[in-house]
Write a protein that binds this ligand. Sequence first.
Ligand code: SF4
Length: 463
Amino acid sequence: MRIALVRPDIGRLEHGPFDDRARMEPLALGVLSALTPPGDEPLLRDDRCAPLDYDEKVDLAAITVETFTARRAYEIAAEYRARGVPVVMGGIHPTLIPDEAAAHADSICVGEAEPVWAAMVEDARAGSLKPVYRGGTGVPQVVPGACPLALRACRDWPAGSGYLPLGLVQFGRGCRYRCEFCAVSASSGAGHRARDVAEAAAEAAEALRPASGFPGERRRKRSAVFFVDDNIVADRAAAKELFRALVPLKLSWVSQASLDMLEDDELMGLMAESGCLGNVIGFESVDERNVRAMGKVANRGGGLERYQVYVEKLRSFGLQTWAAFTLGHEYDTPESIRELLDFALRSTFAFAAFNVLMPYPGTLLYARLSEEGRLLYGGRWWLSPDYRFNHAAFVPRLMTPDQLTEAGLECRRLFNSFPSILSRAFGTRTNLRNLFRLGLALSYGTLFRREAFKKQGMLLGRS
Ligand code: SF4
């Protein structure tokens, strides 16, 4: 069978298509490709890179769906189904809200694909797809009952894909915390599952090799590994083991991590020694009342003073931090968000994201806001033709939705101004450790600036 593995785009700009220049390789499809039974032909089709050819001869379309791509995913599914091609869907959105996804597909996978993908392909071949397959939660890239060391993601992307030069690898899934707004913990429950350390380290080394197998395409070297774990330090013992295995490989890597890692000096020392350039860290809010209300246990004792200590410690390990903030929490006002921005500027983070808090379906936050009658767009903002990217989708407690949208835009505008990018790039203990790091700070700083403004106000879906 020829199987189209499809990664949908998010949406479109007011006057034309959205061209995502910060796109990363679709690891989930690389894993699905590797999971596909021998004899079947997986075809990677990325809606962000090239127009999809619905008339291409395929026997099955498998679409990976996130909440932000759901509207576009359903459009794509309708095109394939109109041509008689059965559609299966999986990913975080069908897991969070299966009934909705099931209405647009012949079959859905709830949970992880590893245990059920081979059965879905077999059933599709026999014309007997079941409406739902339940993959549950498990260790990434391990098929129950099969050899645990056999599965590495396919990385031979079609020519001209234009992905950022990062090799994506997953060591573990899940997180031990349960923050109120977090879609990851809502979809997979609290708990962390890690791969075999030697296997993950070997795949990290492999992920930096240039892609091959596409005649005519210039082989592009990847500069760093991105461990796409939800929280790479969720299990500190496992993380230390991984970092020890990475030391002799002498590679550079980035990931996502929670602030509580700074309690453990041994962990931090190993992290730096193993080639970590920096992590995306969810600071979320500088108001401790917000931190408590959102249940962000990893930031306990948060608030400005404590955060300043954390920032100093991150610098002492030479890490280029990407600070992630969420705006619109219960105690947020336009003034407090301005204080948060001042903290981010003072801290000279290499990068920062100022995301409007989003009520993802299936989260505790969504349930609470729904009960309080505070959701906008009829509750399903991700399907609304009127919802725009980076806009508030709920009524904040102490400001209007428009004030929240505007405050987010203002943070992005000021943090990503050219004077700000330049002044932050010359941090002696982080970005100026060598030319490679300085290059990362400047090139990614300008790229993120461009993408942040381009995406602002984008519509979801293509129609
Ligand atoms: S620490 Fe991060 S990954 Fe873990 S539950 Fe909270 S938001 Fe989610």
